[in-house]
Design a binder for this molecule. Structure first.
Ligand code: COA
Length: 192
């Protein structure tokens, strides 16, 4: 698949490129990433170079993983990263720490889910989200993006070492389920 650009009210989601390596290397030093993501730890410049130079283009070419840089404008430094993996159309994301809390990831995740479900990925009728139990920031993004909290029998996610950890799961269809918002109350409480 050719890389696709998605535009939202405030954002441009486009191809992450090798020139983004400095920003990615810095962002992935965030101590939070050690516990909630599967990005390499410790994260080194060579990881960003391989990710941007090999993994991202290969993911688009094969359709295995579609990854976007989140920017305010084309050509700006990225403020976050979001991807959809072929396996179950699973969405994953992170924000550069200084740019959090402004609703950026909620806007980006909504746009990516809607793009997938509007035919961006042929035949996709669901998008999945999962996070380690306790990652409330990620769960709030999933809630804001119209996902519904679900409890699969096997609610586990592998960490970077392949060990399985208890996880929260969510699913979203093209039309947001009317029960989606309230489904999060038991883990997040009602929205403030
Ligand atoms: C999760 C993450 C991407 C959120 O990005 P963001 O741009 O700050 O998200 P938004 O501004 O759209 O915030 C969405 C909601 O999450 C809340 N939130 C954001 N970060 C939070 C955090 N660390 N802890 C608790 N709540 C958080 C916001 O207050 C907002 O709440 P609301 O819906 O009640 O208004 C960001 O915190 C991050 O990069 N975390 C580390 C990586 C990660 O966990 N990725 C997901 C792995 S599954």
């Amino acid at each position: 698949m050719q890389p696709v650009v998605i535009r939202t009210e405030r954002l441009v989601l486009d191809l992450p490129v090798p020139a983004d390596a400095d920003v990615v290397t810095r962002a992935c030093q965030d101590p939070l990433f050690e516990s909630v993501l599967t990005t390499p730890w410790p994260y080194e410049r060579r990881h960003a170079d391989a990710f941007l130079g090999e993994h991202v283009p290969k993911g688009w070419a094969t359709g295995g993983e579609l990854t976007w840089a989140i920017r305010a404008n084309a050509g700006d430094p990225l403020v976050g990263m979001i991807s959809v993996r072929e396996t179950q159309n699973e969405i994953g994301f992170w924000m550069v720490r200084e740019h959090r809390g402004a609703g950026v990831m909620s806007e980006a995740a909504t746009a990516v889910a809607e793009w997938v479900l509007a035919g961006g990925i042929a035949g996709a009728s669901t998008v999945f989200w999962r996070a380690v139990v306790g990652n409330t920031g990620s769960a709030k993004v999933a809630r804001a993006a119209g996902f519904r909290h679900i409890r699969p029998a096997d609610s586990l996610v592998p960490d970077r070492d392949g060990n399985l950890r208890p996880a929260w799961f969510g699913v979203r269809e093209a039309i947001v389920d009317p029960r989606a918002e309230s489904s999060w109350n038991e883990i997040l409480g009602p929205r403030a």
